[in-house]
Design a protein around this ligand. Structure first.
Ligand SMILES: *Cc1c(COP(=O)(O)O)cnc(C)c1O
Length: 412
């Protein structure tokens, strides 16, 4: 079926919450994907920072195929080897500490963290939770109650939870609200959905200290930032501030749905038997996929690759002098390109026309979060093409850019 036909049928069959996506993707290979009409694109968004090994990676194909043939599902009535190996691998990456709960998604990892925080709060007379304005923690009701963007939260409230929001990046604001009555502080190390916005240096470590001095749990939502995205396994490792509870998901399964909530030290024992559960969470196929992702990242040096190619990408973008481009931020293969106005949808579309998939994540910010296997040459192919993409997206059309101006007639 063609993209056009699929889009028409999608529109009739699905709820309108996503609108109708512009492309139907049919297959992928490495860092490239092909749409239903056979057009090829360099995938610089990786299904929202998920496809860490790119598409069709042999290690992932082998792990998933052999596991699904052997045993696809057990439920939590029975345990299985891939989940045990995965939890142990995660602990190894986290100084041997931590107890793990496996989920199917990011929002479920945060639901687990929130239930831990609520139980901790009830045990210690702590009645509210703190999160950051513009933060994103998911769409299910608990995680949504923590999500700092009023436009997506408020239509579904109230939530029956006392959540207090503080401006992101302001340590004094944290100090004022995280006290002995606060059960937990939820923070992203860099705000992903807000536009890949890092906080000022030292903010995350200050949050750790404030939680230490007040006894509030420090929950790091690393659903987008973990598993190599920033060039470290976990972004908190860049900040010298280990949380009490860590949530991760997106990049962990390389495209298979899996997330995790890890609670450190005594907090690993907050749940009693029966307190939480999931039928599908940590199923053998997703767990095998996650193991393959972790093994491949290690074997192929993909943390170093993300750091190095991320610098190439950011350097290439920073060197572009264009009236639409305000700057580049972020770390590793997780970058936000700030625009000078609400041009992101037009730039996303122009990039697509030029064969590159990027994501307009705010009206004035683009997200670039490619597979961790991206090569420097691939990054450079994009940064070389980007000035012309920006020209094509300019409000007055290509004539806006002096070098590409065919004549004066299109000038405003
Ligand atoms: C994507 C994301 C979530 C939600 O994950 P889902 O798998 O979509 O439920 C939560 N927190 C952060 C920081 C995210 O980036």
């Amino acid at each position: 079926m063609s993209t056009d036909e699929l889009r028409k049928r999608y529109e009739a069959a699905f709820m309108p919450n996503y609108g109708v996506p512009p492309l139907a993707l049919a297959r992928g290979e490495g860092c490239h994907v092909f749409d239903a009409d056979g057009r090829e694109y360099l995938d610089l968004i990786a299904g929202i920072a998920v496809s860490s090994l790119g598409h069709g990676h042999p290690a992932l194909v082998e792990a998933v195929s052999s596991q699904v043939a052997m045993l696809a599902h057990t439920s939590n009535l029975f345990l299985h080897e891939p989940e045990v190996l995965l939890a142990e691998r995660l602990r190894d990456l986290l100084d041997g500490d931590g107890r793990v709960f496996l989920t199917n998604s990011g929002t479920e990892a945060n639901e687990c963290a929130l239930k831990l925080a609520i139980k901790y709060g009830k045990a210690h007379g702590r009645s509210y939770v703190v999160a950051a304005e513009n933060g994103f923690h998911g769409r299910s009701m608990g995680a949504l109650s923590l999500t700092g963007k009023a436009a997506i939260r408020e239509p579904f409230g109230p939530f029956g939870l006392d959540v207090r929001f503080v401006p992101y990046g302001d340590a004094d604001a944290l100090k004022a609200v995280v006290d002995e009555d606060c059960a937990a502080l939820f923070l992203e190390p860099t705000q992903g959905e807000a536009g890949v916005v890092p906080p000022p240096d030292g903010y995350f470590a200050a949050a750790r200290e404030i939680c230490d001095s007040t006894g509030a749990l420090f929950v790091a939502d690393e659903i987008q930032s973990a598993i190599g995205r920033t060039g470290a396994w976990f972004a908190f490792q860049n900040e010298n501030a280990k949380p009490d509870i860590l949530t991760l998901a997106k990049g962990l399964g390389g495209g298979m749905p899996i997330g995790a909530c890890v609670a450190f030290g005594q907090h690993g024992g907050i749940f009693a038997k029966g307190d939480h559960g999931s039928t599908f969470g940590g199923n053998p196929v997703s767990a095998a996929a996650a193991l393959a992702v972790l093994t491949t990242i290690e074997r192929d040096g993909l943390l170093a690759n993300a750091a190095a190619v991320g610098e190439t990408l950011a350097g290439g973008l920073a060197a572009i002098d264009h009236p639409l481009l305000a700057g580049v931020r972020g770390r590793g293969l997780w970058r936000g390109a700030a625009l000078t106005g609400p041009h992101a949808p037009a730039v996303e579309a122009a990039a697509r026309d030029a064969g590159f998939l990027i994501n307009a994540l705010q009206p004035d910010a683009l997200r670039i979060a490619p597979p961790l296997i991206l090569t420097a040459a691939q990054a450079t192919s994009f940064t070389a093409a980007f000035p012309a993409i920006l020209d094509a997206a300019s409000p007055a059309g290509p004539a806006c850019a002096p070098d590409a101006r065919p004549g004066k007639e299109n000038q405003p």
